[in-house]
Design a protein around this ligand. Structure first.
Ligand SMILES: [Mg+2]
Ligand SMILES: [Zn+2]
Length: 236
């Protein structure tokens, strides 16, 4: 049995949603995001439209400048230090973009050795192009980058999945997790679905709870999560 730690990025590791702010800063966020929430198109299509709406001001330098103004939860580094000390692999699972996740994690941690699964955004021939390497046809999640599939690809049958998230892109993933930390709309959705979870405000609180559970050797697997993983493995 091995523990695994999975962390959402926007609103979980970062203060506020950097992806939403990126679109709001350089493109038209309000209309497109409302249309997305109304179910008019997929997240991938939302991103294609949102990035196509970027103005000429969205130079690589301006985007980099925007990225460097973003803040991360100061509990991240101690949490990852704890996971390293206890040989618990940690993975960032995001439905946002590498263009801000990578530099922000590097700035905060001083290293880029944490695995990241996300969408990608690159500047080619004078414009920004999104790509969705983690897209899944076999999952019904509200994601362009399927977090469930990342979890399934990293764990063995009897492992324990710890998941920390805050929003819509985590709703599918937590069904496959044993120990869930949820805030924002994710906490509401967990309550609605009957998924036991810790509510939290910061990653510092997450670490305190994990340290306590570690001391008590209290990492039971959740029956519904195991069944969901088994079903997903069998249907892949
Ligand atoms: Mg989030
Ligand atoms: Zn999925």
């Amino acid at each position: 049995m091995r523990l695994h730690l999975f962390l959402d990025f926007d609103g979980t590791i970062s203060i506020g949603d950097v992806g939403d702010k990126l679109v709001g800063t350089f493109g038209s966020f309000d209309i497109l995001h409302n249309e997305l929430l109304a179910g008019e198109f997929t997240v991938a299509e939302y991103y294609r439209r949102a990035i196509a709406s970027f103005s000429n001001n969205a130079t690589p330098e301006a985007v980099d400048d925007f990225v460097q103004r973003q803040q991360l939860d100061t509990g991240l580094a101690p949490l990852l230090e704890w996971s390293r000390t206890n040989s618990i692999p940690a993975t960032v699972v995001s439905d946002g973009f590498d263009v801000y996740i990578c530099p922000l994690l590097k700035r905060e941690l001083g290293t880029d050795d944490i695995p990241i699964a996300s969408n990608t955004l690159s500047f080619e021939g004078g414009s920004w192009r999104p790509a969705f390497p983690g897209a899944s046809e076999s999952c019904s999640c509200f994601c362009a980058s399927c977090k469930r599939n990342v979890i399934l690809s990293k764990i063995d049958d009897d492992d324990v999945v710890i998941y920390v998230g805050d929003g819509l892109s985590d709703v599918c993933a937590v069904r496959y997790a044993d120990v869930v930390f949820a805030k924002g709309s994710l906490a509401a959705s967990c309550t609605e679905e009957g998924i036991p979870h810790h509510t939290y405000r910061s990653l510092t609180e997450v670490l305190i709870i994990l340290q306590r559970r570690m001391k008590d050797n209290d990492f039971p697997r959740r029956r519904q999560a195991r069944l969901a993983r088994k079903r997903a493995f069998e249907s892949e």
